[in-house]
Design a binder for this molecule. Structure first.
Ligand code: UD2
Length: 313
């Protein structure tokens, strides 16, 4: 069993990753500044003796370095980030600090203290608006936002440092992640958490466009498992892989599943398409299967059923 340091431990993906690491018997050192993370996401983890939580900003000079020097983790899973495309457009300086500068501090801490592996939260946003589906890892990288650009820059920073200084870097290119603990109140949250709250409150959801747009929706529990594999699977080579299901689901299908789970809910309201929206997004999953031994077994229907069952009524 290993000691793993997780940045962004109190966030949506971070807290699930912490839970899965602890369940697998690892010791976990969590870091969060609680800018968007929430302590209640760690309610279970905080009761585990193998978990410790440290409150600071990873983008703050030396803070992470001191903790890595003290804890000497076998791996760092770097999930702390500014997580919204829109917010990166509104505040590109903050995006740079949290999504690029912080990554450099992670790379430096890994180099200075002999951390063997770094797992990085990358994103399908690095590909931009490609229409050549499913998107393979070798596709052109043409980000269309400061967020996508920062994720791409961070991949390069980490992979270059890993090769130069001898640590293994795994970049995880997440597609549309959904599940419990994604904050429905955030203006930047994903469509499924918005829909979940509206169905729960008995209000009609709004579909922008005709509902035929599709996404590769992946359940957060599968993403957490992919992170555990990337951090702990023996003998991994450095690289980047899509973390996706390889299955496309339309918004009309999502609404139909919710309607079954919440009988009597009002029908969706159609509204004009959101400017800048892409019609379809779908990942190719072969690289994660071959390199990490990862597949995403949770269907959207099962993931939505779990989300509805765990949400406050
Ligand atoms: C991602 C980003 C978004 C933007 C976009 C660019 C997130 C959460 N979103 O959006 O910021 O950069 O990529 O392509 O990172 N929808 C509705 N009703 C709602 C909310 C959403 O119909 O109440 C639609 C939306 O118009 C889109 C689909 O649902 O067609 C998925 O929206 P999303 O924001 O969850 O994810 P995505 O990939 O479009």
């Amino acid at each position: 069993m290993a000691k793993i340091l997780v940045t962004g431990a109190a966030g949506f993906i971070g807290s699930h990753t912490v839970d899965h690491l602890l369940a697998a018997g690892h010791a976990v050192v969590g870091v969060d500044n609680f800018r968007t993370g929430r302590r209640e996401n760690l309610a279970v983890a905080l009761r585990a003796p193998a978990f410790s939580l440290h409150e600071f900003d990873v983008a703050q000079l030396d803070a992470l370095d001191r903790l890595v020097a003290k804890e000497r983790p076998a791996a760092i899973i770097h999930l702390a980030a500014l997580v919204s495309v829109q917010e990166s457009i509104a505040d590109p300086e903050l995006n740079f600090r949290l999504n690029v500068q912080a990554t450099q501090f992670v790379a430096e801490a890994a180099r200075r203290h002999g951390v063997a592996r770094v797992v990085f939260a990358s994103s399908a946003a690095i590909y931009g608006d490609t229409t050549d589906l499913p998107i393979r890892e070798t596709a052109a990288k043409m980000p269309i936002s400061p967020y996508g650009a920062a994720k791409l820059a961070s991949e390069a920073l980490l992979l270059g440092h890993g090769t130069a200084y001898g640590f293994t870097v795994r970049c995880q290119r997440y597609f549309n992640v959904f599940g419990p603990r994604q904050d429905p109140a955030s203006p930047y949250t994903g469509v499924i958490s918005i829909f979940e709250r509206r169905y729960r409150e008995g209000q009609a959801v709004t579909i922008f466009g005709d509902g035929g747009q599709t996404r590769d929706f992946i359940a957060v529990r599968d993403v957490a498992r992919a992170n555990v594999l990337a951090a702990t699977h023996p003998g991994l080579a450095p690289g980047a892989a899509n973390i996706c299901t390889g299955r496309a689901t339309s918004l009309l299908e999502i609404a139909a599943i919710f309607a079954q789970l919440r009988p009597g809910a009002p029908a969706p309201v159609l509204a004009p398409m959101r400017p800048g929206d892409i019609r379809h997004s779908l990942g190719a999953r072969a690289v994660a299967a071959a390199e990490l031994g990862f597949t995403a077994p949770t269907s959207v229907a099962d993931g939505l059923a779990e989300l509805v069952a765990t949400s406050r009524t």
